[in-house]
Design a binder for this molecule. Structure first.
Ligand code: MN
Length: 203
């Protein structure tokens, strides 16, 4: 198979109480797996594409053959988004940002608190399924996308993103997306976010 779901780098229950074990199991084993399965199927029709990383497929979506472009956009996006998502969280995460990203957040948003408020407001206002993102575009910007669209398609490197599909929070938080958004910051792996920030600035 061309693409595979990466193993979760911690236990399903490791992000409790912020993200519950049942949600993590379903989200990783069923939802992420479904995106990968539905990405591999169309790639079989164009096996030459399998040499590309999923990020490259999403970055150059306009070069993907038209008959599978929507499938790659949705399911390749789902794969890339969730692979990032697991990696930017960790047990006992959260707290104040560290390193270079802490400085840049201060510079571009005034303070971490102001940044969090702006991010949660944007992600809370995303109508229906989608993601809230912190991207690098010469400066830090907050954007949202619908469905599984990734900022890479618009030329923006995603430094962190939070999944606001109902499958990400409904078992524990039901309709209270703002509560999920507030709790999610307690899971953030700032070391990994800093690695992504460094990568973003190199591009
Ligand atoms: Mn998801």
């Amino acid at each position: 198979l061309a693409y595979e779901v990466p193993a979760l780098p911690y236990d399903y229950a490791a992000l409790e109480p912020h993200i519950d074990e049942a949600t993590m199991k379903l989200h990783h084993d069923k939802h992420h797996q479904a995106y990968v399965t539905k990405l591999n199927a169309p790639i079989e029709k164009h096996p030459e594409l399998a040499q590309h990383s999923p990020e490259d497929l999403i970055r150059h979506l306009n070069t993907v053959p038209e008959d599978i472009r929507t499938a790659v956009r949705n399911n390749g996006g789902g794969h890339v988004n969730h692979t990032m998502f697991w990696s930017i969280m960790k047990p006992n995460g959260g707290g104040e940002p560290t390193g270079a990203i802490a400085e840049q957040i201060k510079q571009d948003f005034g303070s971490f608190e102001d940044f969090k408020t702006a991010f949660n407001t944007a992600a809370g206002a995303q109508f229906g399924s989608g993601w809230g993102w912190l991207v690098w575009d010469g400066k830090l910007k907050i954007v949202t996308t619908a469905n599984q669209d990734n900022p890479l398609t618009n030329g923006h490197f995603p430094i962190l993103g939070n999944d606001v599909w109902e499958h990400a929070y409904y078992l524990k938080y039901q309709n209270k997306r703002p509560d999920y958004l507030a709790a999610w910051w307690n899971t953030v792996n700032w070391d990994e976010v800093n690695k992504r920030f460094e990568k973003a600035r190199q591009k």
